[in-house]
Design a protein around this ligand. Structure first.
Ligand SMILES: O=C(O)CCC(=O)C(=O)O
Ligand SMILES: [Fe+2]
Length: 331
């Protein structure tokens, strides 16, 4: 208990703050929150974390959580302080010469090729043209610096890894969709712009010309979009997208994921086993669709490939180094 209140337990969040390079700071049991001392012992709203706290308590027989709770909490900054929001811009104006020569030159036209990755799971390679990507990035920048814009879902890490914002409905690591207002700043999610909804509808139509069965790949109308921006050290642990409504999950309404900027190594598989997971590279303009029987596929982002964004996209947007990903869902 002494080590706990001194913040000396080797939980991942604490190790990260001390500069230890870890693949992930998420709790290894539930993978939904940073593994902090508070998470390890007291858990969160997620059922899985009761398991997390049990795992930790197993090793400390005399531990009495309630006696020590107030003391422990007072030794940690208030949650509001941890979550104080700094504005984050996707744009980093820089000398184009510093971009030239590192980035690869790719064509500006969309040249979509597809690959079926599983039942209801489809990769549309290079689906968005550079000009379409530019429009989306510019719109995301506007939204991202506004109310409900980008914030760090797991603040306090030694290095900035991943930022999150939501459109349509807030999703938060601690409460999923249960709270309308964000805990860090009380903001509501901005609505999904109409042009994004049209883009998703077009993608679904294109996908349905490949996977023709409504049963294998149902249509959906997006009412939620999660935007993740990964810095070059960003990643996302293997997880399932299962916070949407029981109907959405049962019918397998697809998740539409669109990538911009630097490429990401994307892992997916039918169980949460990183060694058995398949890997694909998601490049700027690629679209991944997973619905039907693949709706609950485990997936995550292993790493970001620095300097892999298309030159024309960087020249026209000054998108900062890193990867932007939008996932659209119907709640
Ligand atoms: O960045 C990606 O490709 C995946 C994002 C994701 O899985 C999520 O937002 O749930
Ligand atoms: Fe996901």
């Amino acid at each position: 208990m002494r080590r706990t209140s001194l913040g000396r337990l080797p939980v991942r969040g604490e190790l990260d703050r001390r500069g230890v390079d870890l693949n992930s700071i998420l709790c290894p049991w539930c993978e939904c929150e940073e593994e902090s001392v508070v998470h390890a012992f007291f858990g969160s709203v997620k059922d899985a974390s009761l398991h997390c706290s049990k795992e930790w308590r197993n090793g400390i027989p005399s531990f009495q959580p309630h006696t020590h709770f107030a003391k422990l909490m007072s030794s940690y900054p208030a949650r509001d302080m941890l979550h104080k929001r700094k504005k984050f811009s996707l744009i980093l104006p820089r000398d184009t010469k510093s971009i030239l020569g590192v980035q690869k030159e790719v064509g500006t036209e969309a040249k979509s090729r597809y690959k079926i990755l599983g039942p209801g799971m489809l990769l549309l390679k290079g689906h968005l043209s550079i000009s379409e990507q530019v429009e989306v990035v510019k719109k995301c920048e506007k939204l991202g610096v506004g109310p409900g814009g980008f914030y760090e879902p797991y603040p306090g890490a030694a290095k900035l890894r991943r930022l999150l914002m939501c459109l349509g409905r807030n999703w938060q690591p601690e409460t999923q969709y249960k709270e309308r207002f964000r805990r860090n700043d009380g903001s509501e999610a901005p609505p999904i712009p109409d042009e994004f909804v049209r883009m998703v509808e077009n993608i679904l139509q294109a996908s349905r010309s490949v996977i023709k069965s409504e049963y294998e790949l149902p249509f959906m109308t997006p009412d939620v979009c999660l935007l993740n921006f990964y810095t070059d050290v960003g990643n996302l642990a293997l997880h399932q997208d299962r916070s949407e409504s029981p109907y959405s999950l049962r019918v397998g309404l697809p998740v539409i994921s669109i990538s911009f900027g630097d490429s990401g190594v994307f892992l997916y598989g039918f169980d949460r086993n990183i060694d058995k997971a398949s890997s694909i590279l998601l490049e700027s303009g690629d679209v991944l669709v997973f619905g039907g029987k693949s709706r609950l596929i485990y997936h995550g982002v292993k790493s970001i490939i620095p300097n892999s964004a298309p030159l024309a996209l960087l020249q026209q947007t000054m998108l900062r180094p890193g990867r932007l990903n939008l996932t659209f869902r119907e709640y």
